[in-house]
Design a binder for this molecule. Structure first.
Ligand SMILES: Nc1ncnc2c1ncn2[C@@H]1O[C@H](COP(=O)(O)OP(=O)(O)OP(=O)(O)O)[C@@H](O)[C@H]1O
Length: 578
C-alpha cells in the first residue's frame, strides 16, 4: 500500500517539477473525446477568417494603388461580412469546447477528491484544493479556446499565402515571405524555456497566496484577538513580492518580443508606402502584412499557454492520485448473520511512515448498542472512528460489518450503513430542508420535523421566519455551535444508518440537551449501533459500556461502574481528571 506521504507528494507536486509540456498537452488532448469536431470547426473558421484577411488586404492595396473598379469595394464589404461570420464561429466553437472541457476537468477533479476523502481534507490545505478546483481549472481555458486554432492557422494560412505568392508573383518573392514569416514565428519562441519554468513557479506562488488569504479569512477572529493583522499582512506582501519577482522576467520577455514584431511591421509599412505603384514586390509585402495577424497569434497565446499548462499539471496530479481506499467490493450484506455489526480483528494502522497509530485493536460492537470511546487527547479515538468508517484501511488486521470485511462491501452501500458525524461538521449553504435531505433526497417534511424534534431543534426551527426553508450558511453563522452539531446528527439520522459514529459530535451541548438527544435517539432508532467518542467521561452513566484508549491501544473495555471501581484503572483516573 503506498504511504500517505507519497500520496501527498503526488497531491502537491514540486514547483520545480520538470515534467515536459508535451506530456501535459498529450494528457489534455486525451480527454477531448466528443469535442474534437467542434474544435476543428473553430480552427477551420479561424483559417478561413484569416485567409479572407489576406485577400481583403491585397484587394484594398490593389484598389488604392491601381484605382480598381467601384464594384471591388462591394467585394471588400461582402468579404468583410463573411469574415465576421467566421470570426464569430471561431469564438463560439472555441469557447464551447473550452467550457465543456473545463466542466469535464472540474468534475474529474471533484470525483478524485471524493475518492481521497477524508484524507485529502485532513492532509492538504483546503484553500489549495479550492484554488485548483477554481482558478487553476479556469486558467486551462487558454489551452482549449486560444491555442490549437491559432497554432493551426499560423501554419496553414502562411503556407497557402506563400504558395499563392509563388504561383502569381514568383518563387523568389514567396521565398522572401517565407523567411520574413519565419522570423515572426521564431520571435515568440525566444525565451520560452525560461517563461515555462517561471510559469510553473508562479503557479505554486499563486497557490501559496490563495492559501494564505484563505487562512487569514478563516482565522480572522484569532488573528484579531492576537493582534496579528500586521504580521499576516506583511507575510502576504512578501508572498506577493516573490510572485511579482517571478512574473517580471515573463513580462519583460513578452515586451521584448512585442517590440521586435512592431519594429518589423513598421519597417514593412514604410517600404510599402514609399512605393508609388503596384509591383510584385508591393504585392508580396502586402501579403506578408496580411500574415501578421495569424503569425502574431502565436505570441498572443504563448504566455497564457505556459500558465495554462502549469495549472493543468497541478490538476493532473489531483486527478491521477490513487484513491485512498479502493472501491472494488461487490458483497451484499446479510442481516440474518447473528454477529456483531462491527468487529475489529487485530487492527494495526498508521498514517504514512509514522509509528503505529492504532495497535492490535480487537473490538466488537453489537447491534443496537451504545458504546463510548474515551481516552486522552491524541490516543487514537478519531483514527479508530475513521478506520471503522473506512476513511482509511488498516495495514494489518481487518474490520468487518456483519462479518463481511469492509473492502468487500461497495463503498456507496458502506457509506449508507455507517455514518460519521464529526465535532465540527460542515453545513451546506442551503435551506434547512436541503441540508436534512443530503443523504435522503426523498425525506418528507414530516420526517424532517421528527428528526429535528429528536435532537431538540424543533422549537428553534419553528421560530425561524422561513422554518424548514430558512437558508443556513456554510459555517452556520446564524446558528450556535450546539445547534450545528445537532443538525449534523439529525442529517446523519435521516439516512437511517445501521452504525452512527459520533466523534465528539455532542461536545458543544449542555448536559441536559445531550442527555435528551441520546434518549430520543435510543427510543426512535433502537436498531442503530452508536459509537460515541467523548471527553466528558463524568457524564457517562455507570451502566454504559466504555472502551478506553491510550497510545493507540485499547487499554480497558467494559461497563463503566465496574472499571471505575478499580482505583488503578484508567477509567477511574480519567474520571478524576474530568
Ligand atoms: N490525517 C492524519 N495524518 C497524520 N497523522 C494524523 C492524522 N490524524 C491524526 N493523526 C495523528 O494520529 C494520532 C491520533 O490522533 P487522533 O485524532 O486519532 O486522536 P484523538 O484521540 O481523537 O485525539 P483528540 O481527543 O485530541 O481528538 C495523533 O498523534 C495525530 O497527530
Amino acid at each position: 500500500m503506498p504511504s500517505l506521504n507519497s500520496r501527498r507528494k503526488r497531491w502537491w507536486p514540486s514547483m520545480e517539477s520538470t515534467e515536459k509540456k508535451s506530456g501535459i498537452i498529450t494528457w489534455l488532448l486525451s480527454r477531448t473525446q466528443g469535442v474534437r469536431a467542434m474544435w476543428m470547426l473553430a480552427a477551420l473558421s479561424r483559417i478561413l477568417n484569416q485567409l479572407l484577411t489576406v485577400g481583403i488586404i491585397v484587394l484594398i492595396g490593389h484598389i488604392l494603388l491601381e484605382g480598381g473598379p467601384f464594384v471591388a469595394l462591394w467585394w471588400v464589404a461582402t468579404l468583410s461580412l463573411v469574415k465576421a461570420l467566421f470570426r464569430y464561429s471561431e469564438h463560439y466553437c472555441g469557447h464551447w469546447v473550452a467550457f465543456t472541457m473545463l466542466t469535464r476537468l472540474r468534475t474529474e477533479y471533484y470525483n478524485a477528491l471524493v475518492d481521497q476523502a477524508p484524507a485529502v481534507v485532513k492532509n492538504v490545505d483546503t484553500a489549495e484544493i479550492s484554488e485548483k478546483a477554481t482558478r487553476d481549472i479556469d486558467r486551462i481555458e487558454v489551452f482549449f479556446a486560444h491555442t490549437i486554432p491559432p497554432a493551426l492557422s499560423a501554419v496553414v494560412v502562411p503556407l497557402l499565402s506563400i504558395l499563392w505568392a509563388g504561383f502569381f508573383l514568383g518563387w523568389p518573392y514567396a521565398g522572401i515571405i517565407l523567411m520574413a514569416s519565419a522570423v515572426m514565428v521564431a520571435v515568440p519562441a525566444f525565451g520560452r524555456r525560461l517563461t515555462w519554468k517561471k510559469a510553473r513557479i508562479q503557479a505554486g506562488h499563486n497557490a501559496a497566496i490563495s492559501t494564505h488569504v484563505g487562512d487569514s479569512i478563516q482565522g480572522l477572529r484569532e488573528i484579531r484577538a492576537f493582534g496579528a493583522e500586521g504580521l499576516r499582512l506583511n507575510q502576504w506582501k512578501s508572498l506577493e513580492k516573490r510572485a511579482a519577482k517571478v512574473r517580471r522576467p515573463i513580462h519583460v520577455l513578452a515586451a521584448f518580443r512585442a517590440a521586435i514584431l512592431i519594429i518589423a511591421e513598421l519597417l514593412t509599412m514604410g517600404i510599402l508606402l514609399s512605393q508609388g505603384q503596384l509591383t510584385s514586390a508591393v504585392l508580396a509585402t502586402l501579403t506578408w502584412v496580411a500574415l501578421w495577424a495569424p503569425l502574431r497569434g502565436i505570441d498572443d497565446f504563448v504566455d497564457g499557454l505556459d500558465e495554462a499548462l502549469a495549472s493543468a499539471q497541478r490538476i493532473r496530479s489531483g486527478i491521477e492520485a490513487a484513491p485512498v481506499v479502493s472501491d472494488t467490493g461487490t458483497r451484499s450484506l446479510d442481516y440474518t448473520v447473528s454477529s456483531p455489526i462491527i468487529a475489529l480483528e487485530a487492527v494495526d494502522f498508521f498514517y504514512g511512515n509514522r509509528a503505529f497509530e492504532l495497535r492490535e485493536i480487537t473490538l466488537a460492537f453489537e447491534r443496537g448498542s451504545w458504546n463510548y470511546i474515551v481516552g486522552v487527547s491524541g490516543s487514537g479515538k478519531s483514527t479508530l472512528a475513521a478506520v471503522i468508517a473506512r476513511g482509511w484501511d488498516p495495514q494489518l488486521g481487518q474490520v468487518t460489518f456483519s462479518s463481511v470485511p469492509l473492502p468487500q462491501i461497495p463503498l456507496t452501500e458502506l457509506r449508507q450503513r455507517v455514518s460519521l458525524v464529526v465535532q465540527r461538521p460542515v453545513l451546506l449553504e442551503a435551506t434547512l430542508a436541503e441540508n436534512l435531505r443530503l443523504c435522503q433526497p426523498q425525506l418528507s417534511r414530516t420526517a424532517m420535523w421528527e428528526l429535528l424534534k429528536c435532537v431538540g431543534l424543533d422549537g428553534w426551527a419553528h421560530e425561524l421566519p422561513d422554518g424548514l426553508d430558512e437558508v443556513i450558511t456554510t459555517d452556520g453563522k446564524n446558528m450556535s455551535g450546539g445547534q450545528i452539531q445537532r443538525l449534523a446528527i439529525a442529517r446523519a439520522l435521516a439516512g437511517k444508518p445501521d452504525v452512527l459514529i459520533l466523534d465528539e459530535a455532542m461536545s458543544q451541548l449542555d448536559e441536559v440537551t445531550a442527555c435528551n438527544a441520546r434518549e430520543q435517539i435510543r427510543d426512535r432508532f433502537p436498531h442503530i449501533t452508536v459509537i460515541e467518542i467523548s471527553h466528558q467521561v463524568d457524564r457517562i452513566s455507570g451502566d454504559e459500556r466504555i472502551v478506553v484508549m491510550d497510545g493507540g491501544r485499547v487499554v480497558e473495555d467494559g461497563i463503566k461502574s465496574e472499571l471505575q471501581s478499580d482505583s488503578h484503572s484508567y477509567t477511574s483516573r480519567l474520571h478524576q481528571r474530568a
